[in-house]
Design a protein around this ligand. Structure first.
Ligand code: CU
Length: 154
């Protein structure tokens, strides 16, 4: 009887571990990109789509990249005809929801770029998740000096 309980307990542990792994994989990232900026510009903006296919709300707590000093979630908003950006503490993605990070809306701001990536490069950023996981995301660098969203107000 004691043996049976032991094995049952062990089986439960494995089920919980498997559930934990699944929860960590519930967030997927697609279409991650940034626009190449002139080398003199120290900042850049990243865009991507985050999908939560799990049953739990998830949160991205922080962001890291080896090629920049710091990263933050930002939200662009038009207030009285002027574009303003506000830093967000974290990014929430509800169960079954999609968060579209795109120009003119929520985006990831990159500060203190050590060396501006060039069009065609691939760089990576790390998303630090609420349950301690880290999601490594590959960013495609696209050409085009679109000065309209050059974040010169930083
Ligand atoms: Cu910004």
């Amino acid at each position: 009887m004691r043996q049976t309980n032991f094995w049952r307990g062990l089986a439960l542990v494995f089920i919980l571990l498997a559930a934990g792994v699944r929860a960590g994989e519930a967030i997927t990232v697609s279409d991650a990109w940034m626009r190449e900026m002139p080398p003199v510009v120290p900042n850049a903006a990243l865009y991507m789509t985050l999908t939560n296919s799990g049953a739990q709300p998830r949160r991205v707590l922080a962001l890291e990249a080896d090629w920049a000093r710091s990263l933050e979630f930002h939200e662009s908003r038009q207030v009285d005809g002027m574009w303003q950006m506000q830093a967000l503490d974290a990014l929430d993605i509800g169960p079954g929801e999609e968060q579209l990070l795109a120009p003119g809306g929520v985006h990831i701001m990159v500060f203190g770029v050590h060396s501006m990536p060039r069009a065609g490069d691939r760089v990576s950023v790390r998303l630090l998740m609420d349950q301690g996981q880290t999601l490594e995301v590959e960013i495609e660098v696209r050409a085009g000096a679109d000065a309209s969203h050059a974040h010169q107000h930083h």
